[in-house]
Design a protein around this ligand. Sequence first.
Ligand code: NAP
Ligand code: 8YV
Length: 326
Amino acid sequence: MINDNSAVTILVPGKLHEHAEKRVDGAFRMVRVERADPALITEEMAKNVRGMAAMTAIDAAFIDALPKLEIIANFGVGYDAVDAKHAGKNGVMVTNTPDVLTDEVADTALGLLLNTVRELPKAEAWLREGRWVRDGAYPLTKTTLRGRRAGIFGMGRIGLAIARRLEAFGLPIAYHNRSRVEGVSYEYHPTLLGLAAAVDTLISVAPGTASTEKAVNMGVLKALGPDGVFVNIGRGSTVDEAALATALADGTIRAAGLDVFANEPNVPQALLDAPNASLLPHVGSASVHTRQAMADLVVDNLLAWFGEGKPLTAVPETAHVTAKRG
Ligand code: NAP
Ligand code: 8YV
């Protein structure tokens, strides 16, 4: 049975993926505000908004400004920008977009690792700048993937997909999570410091939470060592960026590849200046194919909630939320 949701009001704060927007507009009554600011919520919105599709930060005050809100469908598997704890406490469901982006992000992680270790963007720039003709071959890279040992911080869905790819590249793999993953034979380290000391290639794909805040600090980078390569495809908040810039400059580690930053889109000047850092503008999932699949999951979560009263992919903080708020 197809439900008629045309009387259900869904709020879109700020920008949303075009495909998600079209589907929300087609299935629901869509209203928009320029940004997720409680001051922009009209009386009418407060009375009517039952759902939200968001690609932006949603804080407690914005949730509180919408007393009829039942669900926030977040565009992204990482939902660190949404106050999910507050939502859960107030009976508001939060959903994210797991799985549909896993392979894309893992592919990007491997690309970023190769860019970092084999300096591929610099080699391409060498060719484009005419230096191949003028100066001859691009210098041999000091780093290689050959003989490296990989450590994954955050062996979840994407971590596992990265590990499978690294296995095909012939690298031994270890990991750190708070808990051991059943059914995988990779070496488990109960601490991040222990993992960093055991490997020379650390890949972070951990979520941005209070417990991961600046977890990759100077101690971890020292443990990774002077041949160490650090790649971050998770969240910028998990890294002490000042310590990382120092470690890159003084040879504490050899190189870093970063897709994510603590204060995006701003990248610290010290990282922009580091010749041994390979930088990407948060493009882990950024293909038309994968962003469309994420957009579909955002809308399918809203449809499932308003159709069956159960979303497809609830975040753990709101897994208990079932009843609609009165
Ligand atoms: P996931 O399946 O939930 O995996 C997260 C892993 O991190 C889990 O294995 C978890 O294990 C571990 N973890 C969480 N807190 C930890 C802590 N304090 N210490 C150690 N390990 C911890 O999530 P996913 O789908 O793989 O996504 C992971 C993250 O990637 C997202 O949250 C997002 O931030 C990021 N991401 C980035 C991009 C991009 O474009 N760059 C794209 C998609 C996702 P335990 O619970 O056992 O600790
Ligand atoms: C997106 C991401 O860039 O899913 C995530 O956690 O970081 C990326 O896939 C982001 O969510 C788009 O807003």
